[in-house]
Structures are given as C-alpha cells and as structure tokens.
Design a binder for this molecule. Structure first.
Ligand code: DUC
Ligand code: ZN
Ligand code: ZN
Length: 482
C-alpha cells in the first residue's frame, strides 16, 4: 500500500470465488483488492454488506455492441447503453467483436471499434476479432502481431455468406493459433444445409419466424460441431465452440472430451429458458423477438445444457447480447410485420439479465453451486480470454470489480432494464436475485436503483494468452503431417 489505509472496505461479506466461499471483509486501494480478512482497519469509505454474497464482477465474453450490420438493420445498443446495461446487471467487463470486412485489414476493424468504444464504455472492455478474410498477409503477419498486441481471440463462422470460412481457411487460422496462441471461437452450423432448407421452406410459403428453427435443426449444429472438433484435432489446437444450443452438439463435445481433446464450449441464457415454441406458430409473427442462431430447442436440450453447466462441460456462460429493436425498420422486422424468417436479424438482448437469470435459475434453484456460477460468469471467461487474474476473481492484486447480491423476488419487465432495446424475451419471468450493487475497480456503478457510472469510465484491456487448464489430460501428440 502506498498510502495510509483503505479507500474502501466491504464489511462482513460472503465472498465467493470459483474455488471457495468465506465470510470476510475486503479492502480496496486504488481500485484493486489489497486485503481480505476479518476485522480490517477502517477505510475512507465503508459498505456494510451484512452477510450478503459478493462475487467477482461478471465478464460477458460474447456480446455485440455497435457492430456494423447490413442496412437497414442496426444494433440498438452502442458502447454507452450496452455497457450501462451490463453494469446494472453485474457485468464489469465485456468482450464484443471487431469484425473484419472482406477485402480489408483486421486492423481497420480494430481502429473503427476503438472509435466506437472510446469515451463511451461504462465498464472495462476488450475486443474479440471476427476473421472473414484470412489472406496470406493476415495469416503470416497481421494475426500474429494482433495476438501479441492483446487481441488474443478470434471468431470464425461456418455459416452466413458474408462471414463464413471454408474448412481449409479454418485450418489455416487454427494453424496460426497453434503457433502463436490465441483462442479460436467457432460458430458451428452447416451453412449449405441451412440454405437448402430455407429454400425448401420458402418454396412452400413457410416463412413465419417459427420456420427459422426448422431451417436450423439440431443436426445442423451437431454436424458443424463435429467438423469443427475434427479440424481442431487435425491441427491439435484448442477451440471454443460458442453459443451451444442443443443436446446433439452437447453429445459431440462430450465425446471429444472423452477422447482427451481440448474442446471448450459456451452456452447462453436463451438455451436454458426459451424453446422453439417461443418462435410462435405457422402464421404468427410475434416470435421474431426470439429468433437467434442457433435457435432455442426443446425441454430435453434445456436439461442437457443445465447438466453441462453443472458438471463442467461448459467453460463459459455468455449473453450473446444482440440488441435489435422489435419496432422500426432497422430492427427485428425490416420490411414490416410479416417479414420472412430469412430477413429477421438473428439474436436477442440479454447483457443485463445474464447474471441474475443464472443466479436465480441456477444457484437459487439448486442446479449449480455458487462457486460454479462464479467460474462460469467470471473466472473461466477471464482464463479463456487472457484476463486472469486481473479480472474474474477475488484475490490480492485483482481489480475490485464486485457484485453484491440481493435475494428478492420480482417479475421482470423491460422497464427495469438499461439497454436501448424495446423488449426483453424474459419479460414476465420471476427472478429471485438482482445485484444490490456493482463496483467497477472500487467505484459504485449501480447502486441497486440507479446507474451511477459514467461514459468513458470503462478502460480498454489488452489481453494475454488463454490460461485455461486443459479439460482433460492428453499426452502431447505430434501430428504425422507436421
Ligand atoms: N451468432 C452470434 O454469435 N450472434 C448472433 C447471431 C449469430 O449467428
Ligand atoms: Zn455466432
Ligand atoms: Zn454472437
């Protein structure tokens, strides 16, 4: 400590990390945790936590903020409204995506994204890359340089014409990841199957939102997951499969783990709490609000996803916050109410509800432990994306990013939320917990009633390499072809 005493002491907290729970005080100086123990000396400020649970601030490692979309569609949240919403729901670090445009450099996307975030973010932030054009220069020069500079994760799409990579391109990128480190995040769905099914459905006039799920059945995700796993096995490099929705993909991941492959996986609230029935009926358009990719599945898949959260199959729990308004030409229904599912932008909002939903339905419903909650929402995202131990835990020297939890029952309405989106798919649900307070580096940014942070308070975080423990002990094998 360079000065006398603490700036802030949290008194009498139940401190939960991924590994332990203990009752103690927590002392903060200059935005960092400097002491944990009982009976700490008085601080300049004090918060009496009175036995409430305190967890590390959440890391939402998959969200979309101010990401350029194909006109007229536009994301409703920019870095100010999106990170304000994050803070009010207990998230103190976000990692959205800087997407390379085909024909342009990756650096151009990063420069653009810094412009969008700088001076506006209310919580700390980093950027994943989206690689759409892995040219020889990107592979040999740009990507290695960017990994070294702190952009150590990159999403690869197997679907969407504007984004998708061929298997050969994915192999090229995975090969760079093997040499230089970095985490490849893969959107695993079979593009040709989706396109073929979409044409078939449209030819027979089946275009309502519910057919979005019919055009992307579970086997489409299962095949994509299987292929992505095979590609990573060929290169012998870890991958992280994002937004896993269905029991069939879960089975692929279990099989890969059983073989000792370093396959990590992410899931999201929509795959626990929504089903395909939320997309409506053959002639209802209300379901556009729940159109996301992969789509919500059935009760059996929900159970398998819960099981994977409980038993360690899933590494991270993210929102995949994709904030499209329901009303207006630039949101979920470009061209009007009767929009065909092909034109409905994919994704739903959830940056603020991610932590409270998992706390309520996971911890308080007895499905996962409090420590596993911390692991999924903060510690493992920090490890997977090179932010640990500065972020994601309660330890001496870590940033004092904290959530004080309050257990109370209420019915969620969109008016409670601080995003700029005109709906939440979870309206009407009973929640049993919400942050009583969120602190970013020792500063209160949500006081239980109001957002108390400010645009520009969030700092950019250059990241190190992933530091996840391998999920299974695999002997180092050198592929024959190397
Ligand atoms: N993938 C995402 O990660 N987010 C929204 C839509 C999608 O396909
Ligand atoms: Zn995706
Ligand atoms: Zn996403």
């Amino acid at each position: 400590m360079t000065k006398q005493g603490f700036d802030l002491v949290l008194r009498d907290a139940v401190l939960a990390t991924a590994g332990d729970t203990c009752r103690a005080d927590l002392g903060i100086v200059d935005g960092r945790i400097v002491q944990i123990g009982r009976g700490l000396a008085p601080g300049m400020c004090e918060i009496d936590v009175a036995g409430r649970v305190v967890t590390p601030g959440g890391i939402d490692a998959h969200c979309h903020l101010d990401q350029p979309m194909a006109p007229p569609v536009k994301l409703a949240d920019d870095f100010f409204t999106g990170t304000r919403s994050a803070a009010c729901g207990g998230t103190t670090t976000v990692i959205p995506f800087a997407a390379q445009r085909k024909g342009a450099t990756v650096q151009a996307a990063i420069d653009d994204y810094h412009q969008r975030a700088g001076g506006r973010a209310c919580v700390d932030y980093a950027f994943h890359l989206i690689l759409t054009d892995p040219t020889p220069t990107v592979l040999a020069e740009e990507l290695p340089r960017l990994i070294e500079a702190g952009y150590s994760s990159f999403k690869l799409y197997m679907t969407y014409d504007a984004l998708k990579l061929s298997d050969a391109q994915i192999l090229d990128v995975l090969d760079v990841a093997r040499v230089h480190g970095g985490m490849a995040m893969i959107h695993a769905e079979n593009s040709d199957c989706i396109a073929w099914l979409t044409r078939r459905l449209e030819a027979s006039g089946r275009t309502a939102p519910r057919f979005h799920a019919v055009s992307r059945p579970m086997l489409v995700e299962r095949e994509g997951a299987h292929r992505a796993i095979a590609l990573s096995e060929l290169i012998d490099v870890p991958i992280l499969l994002v937004h896993i929705s269905g029991g069939e993909a879960v089975a692929q991941i279990r099989e890969a783990r059983a073989k000792g492959l370093n396959v990590y996986a992410e899931t999201c609230p929509q795959y626990l709490l929504l089903t395909a029935a939320d997309l409506g009926t053959d002639d209802s358009y209300f379901g556009a609000r729940c159109v996301c990719s992969p789509p919500p599945r059935d009760k059996s898949s929900q159970e398998q996803i819960w099981q994977g959260l409980a038993d360690g199959l899933f590494t991270v729990f993210s929102s995949d916050h994709s904030p499209f308004n329901l009303t207006g030409e630039d949101g979920k229904m470009p061209g009007g109410q009767q929009v065909a599912f092909r034109h409905i932008p994919n994704g739903i909002p959830g940056i603020e509800t991610r932590m409270p939903l998992l706390y309520s339905e996971g911890v308080l419903a007895g499905r996962i432990s409090l420590n596993r909650f911390v692991e999924l929402t903060a510690t493992q995202p920090a490890r997977a994306y090179g932010l640990y131990p500065r972020k994601g835990t309660l330890a001496i020297g870590s940033d004092a990013d904290l959530v004080i939890w309050e257990e109370r029952e209420f019915t969620l309405a969109n008016e409670h939320l601080h995003h700029a989106v005109d709906y939440t798919p979870y309206a009407g649900m009973t929640l049993r917990a919400w942050p009583a307070m969120t602190l970013l580096r020792g500063q209160v940014v949500w006081d239980g009633k109001r957002f108390t942070g400010a645009p520009g308070q969030g700092k950019f975080l250059p990241r190190g390499l992933p530091s996840l423990a391998p999920p299974s002990a695999r002997k180092g094998t050198r592929p024959d072809w190397r």
